[in-house]
Design a protein around this ligand. Sequence first.
Ligand SMILES: CC(C)(COP(=O)(O)OP(=O)(O)OC[C@H]1O[C@@H](n2cnc3c(N)ncnc32)[C@H](O)[C@@H]1OP(=O)(O)O)[C@@H](O)C(=O)NCCC(=O)NCCS
Length: 169
Amino acid sequence: MATRAVPPPSDEDAASAVVLRAGDARDLAIVDALMGDAFDPAYGEAWTRTQCLGVLALPGIQLVLAFVDDRPAGFAMTRTVLDEAELLLIAVATDARRRGIGTALVGAVIADCIAANVATLHLEVRAGNEAVELYTAHGFAKVGERRAYYRGRSGVAHDAHTYSRALGS
Ligand SMILES: CC(C)(COP(=O)(O)OP(=O)(O)OC[C@H]1O[C@@H](n2cnc3c(N)ncnc32)[C@H](O)[C@@H]1OP(=O)(O)O)[C@@H](O)C(=O)NCCC(=O)NCCS
């Protein structure tokens, strides 16, 4: 993926354009910091630094990083196997939300998958996560449920819902 500048929504935000670039395991510190900031430990959705490092070393992993004013603002991590891909994680810094960065990241993931001839993009999300709004706006439809899939710090379990979107013509 080449570096992309995503136009700001209006002239008022001209100083805060989002810049996207591909990342890899060398960006682990950025991913780890965003992970710690973005995910509420109540839900058990975040990955540890060790888990991230292990996944970033796997074949077929794509990492997209978002920057605003040269500051890390978000990331998305996807795994592709043959013509299927899964959006594993997406996160935007808490102080950078509702400014279209999540939209830009999902759009970049979808564009990269289409360019790689991926037929179906899957994802899994905690039931009740506000990210569902973002996913449905990008054409994802619910295809399944996994009961008590996430377990947060307090031990309370949360269901996961699976979504997918066909990317073929
Ligand atoms: C989900 C997340 C990535 C969205 O990032 P974002 O940059 O704020 O998203 P955007 O600004 O592009 O929002 C796009 C749309 O998604 C929906 N949306 C995003 N956050 C929402 C929220 N908290 N409540 C309701 N709708 C929301 C809205 O429809 C929004 O459009 P609008 O702002 O015009 O109303 C961010 O909230 C996040 O990092 N959450 C914690 C990590 C997480 O749970 N990731 C998903 C599971 S891996």
